[in-house]
Design a protein around this ligand. Structure first.
Ligand code: DON
Length: 576
């Protein structure tokens, strides 16, 4: 195994420079040392784990080394993230898994949250029909019925190899014995402290008198007890008995509506993946209730006829084409996508080349189409929508790509009293009112209106790419509406622009989503001359903070695996 970490080198340089600049001040050196060893790029011979936290990556690796497969490692990583990365790792949220076994058979598991039975279309509107501020975002009413524990349990039952109990142990140890918090986590805890206090008058692990400091120990005894119940009783350890009682009691404190029945009835669903051919690669992604797979299909189909590789990485021409494709794909997302079990979605048509060609008939290479003049297409015409990602490849060649979320950073900010875990605020992913954007600026209509037991439309896009019938790449990201365009960019960076995986993941990114009609780019991503070209084409570039936080694994031509974790977080790759 070969470790190549620019992060290490820069941290080392920084430490050395600081140290030599002030030889007498030893405490300064301590202060800049990272809490954990973090690997941004690793090449290994047989197996790989990449996740948003080094302790979660280590938990997955430990399971793989014990002889566990990719799904076993997934379970260990998921529960470890729930402890070590509570802003997005979760018990109180949901997600999607793409699985591809060593023989090339792929499957997806939808463990997305679901609206409680008492949910209704207008639940976030006042008597005048206006949105009540923050109601779908913070507090007890913002939560959907969590799906993560069921998802892990069901996936393990079908594909797991090692005993369930062993897979929970790393997370239990972390929660029980405590873990050091990184600088980034400290910043997030301190920033959200006032919200933790507001929604959690009870004693909990996150609120303390003093501010959090790097290296402080986060102890989560209540969470450890919940994990032990899940370890002992499987899904029942969460959806029934004591944990279910704690969730329902928590809900009853204010306006929460999740009931015992809702928890007991929650079901994860196996769904056929969206698959599409792109330049000789087979891209496997998530069907509805994620918009990821269909939007990716639209994007890839729309850009495929054009020579992006010739136009060049982040050239004005390539960015213009991407923006025009995204404008059309996100308009379709708004109108046509939602929970397919509740709303008929013409999946085949939307994912087809013919539909993409039809949508791009109005594409002009010299000028941006005003978003007002683009609406959704008509796929019915002929006949006729803080999160975290992790991926694992095991020594047998099975692979998983999982994106999981509680939606915003720390979800609804509600920590279940006595349970120690955050509940999601996924209800905000529904369209509370047509024409009113959600927290990601996304619009929605009937397809994504709230209904009891319905799943809210997601942008999570866990993806696996095959080439010549073999595993080629696993990739995914957080970022709300920006997930789809992030995954699209990383894949095209590798396939079209032939960038090494490290650059494909670390290079600056951009994003466009129809409305708002703004071409977002990470700070410093576009040069002055590129900005001038884009403006001349009719685009409105706007600088913003980080877009996405990618984890990716690539099979190299010599058969080795390359794992790359994003520099935008504490993300870590390890393999053997
Ligand atoms: O499912 C979705 O699309 C959103 N709930 C994801 C939220 C997210 O990625 C937040 N992270 N930046």
């Amino acid at each position: 195994m070969k470790f190549i970490s620019t992060f290490h080198i820069s941290v080392l340089l920084f430490v050395l420079i600081t140290f030599s600049a002030c030889k007498e001040s030893a405490p300064m050196v301590e202060d800049t040392a990272p809490v954990f060893d973090i690997n941004k790029q690793v090449v290994s011979d047989s197996a790989m784990v990449v996740s948003a936290h080094p302790l979660a990556t280590a938990a997955g690796l430990k399971i793989l080394k014990k002889g566990g497969n990719a799904v076993d490692a997934m379970v260990a990583v998921h529960f470890a993230l729930a402890v070590a990365y509570p802003r997005a790792g979760n018990l109180g949220g949901g997600g999607f898994m793409i699985y591809r076994d060593k023989t090339g058979i792929s499957n997806t598991l939808d463990f997305r949250e679901m609206a409680p039975s008492m949910a209704h279309k207008d639940m976030y509107l006042d008597t005048l029909g206006e949105i009540i501020d923050s109601l779908s975002l913070t507090g007890h009413l913002a939560s959907g019925v969590p799906g993560s524990v069921e998802g892990m349990y069901v996936a393990h039952q079908k594909y797991g190899k090692l005993p369930w109990k062993e897979l929970l142990q790393p997370a239990i140890d972390l929660a029980q014995n405590g873990l050091k918090v990184t600088e980034r986590e400290v910043a997030a805890y301190n920033e959200h402290m006032w919200l933790f206090k507001e929604f959690n008058p009870h004693k909990n692990a996150f609120v303390k008198e003093a501010v959090w400091k790097k290296g402080d120990i986060l102890l989560q005894k209540d969470l450890a007890e919940v994990l032990k119940r899940i370890q002992k009783e499987g899904r029942a350890g969460f959806y029934e008995g004591k944990t279910a009682d704690l969730i329902v009691q928590e809900m009853k404190k204010t306006k929460g509506i999740i009931s015992h029945e809702d928890l007991k009835n929650y079901k994860a669903v196996w769904r056929a993946p969206i698959q599409l051919e792109y330049k000789g690669y087979n891209i496997i992604s998530m069907p509805p209730p994620s918009s990821g797979g269909i939007c990716l299909a639209e994007l890839f189909n729309m850009v495929e006829p054009y020579p992006m590789e010739k136009w060049g990485f982040q050239s004005a021409k390539s960015i213009h084409l991407f923006t025009e494709a995204a404008r059309r794909a996100y308009a379709d997302r708004t109108e046509h996508l939602g929970d397919i079990d509740f709303y008929p979605i013409p999946v085949e048509v939307l994912s087809s080349q013919a539909y993409a060609d039809m949508r791009m008939q109005t594409y002009v290479d010299s000028i941006a189409t005003p978003s007002d003049s683009i609406s959704h297409g008509n796929p019915y015409a002929k006949e006729s929508e803080q999160t975290t990602h992790y991926c694992v490849v095991d020594a047998e060649g099975n692979s998983i790509s999982v994106t999981t979320t509680i939606n915003s950073n720390f979800g609804s900010k509600v920590i279940v009293e006595g349970g120690g875990f955050f509940m999601n605020n996924e209800m905000d992913d529904f369209s509370s009112k047509p024409g009113v954007p959600n927290q990601f600026g996304l619009l929605g209509n009937e397809a994504n209106a709230i209904a009891p037991y319905k799943r809210m439309l997601s942008s999570m896009t866990p993806t696996i790419v095959e080439k010549d019938g073999q595993f080629f790449m696993a990739v995914g990201s957080p970022g709300g509406s920006k997930i789809i365009t992030t995954v699209f960019q990383v894949v095209t960076n590798v396939i079209d622009y032939q960038l090494p995986l490290k650059d494909a993941v670390h290079e600056p990114r951009f994003h466009f989503q129809w409305f708002p009609n703004l071409l977002y780019h990470e700070e410093g991503a576009f040069s002055e001359s590129l900005l001038t070209e884009l403006k001349a084409l009719g685009h409105t570039p706007k600088s913003r903070e980080a877009i996405g936080q990618v984890e990716a694994i690539l099979r190299l031509p010599n058969g080795q695996l390359e794992g790359v974790s994003d520099i935008r977080g504490d993300d870590d790759a390890r393999g053997f």
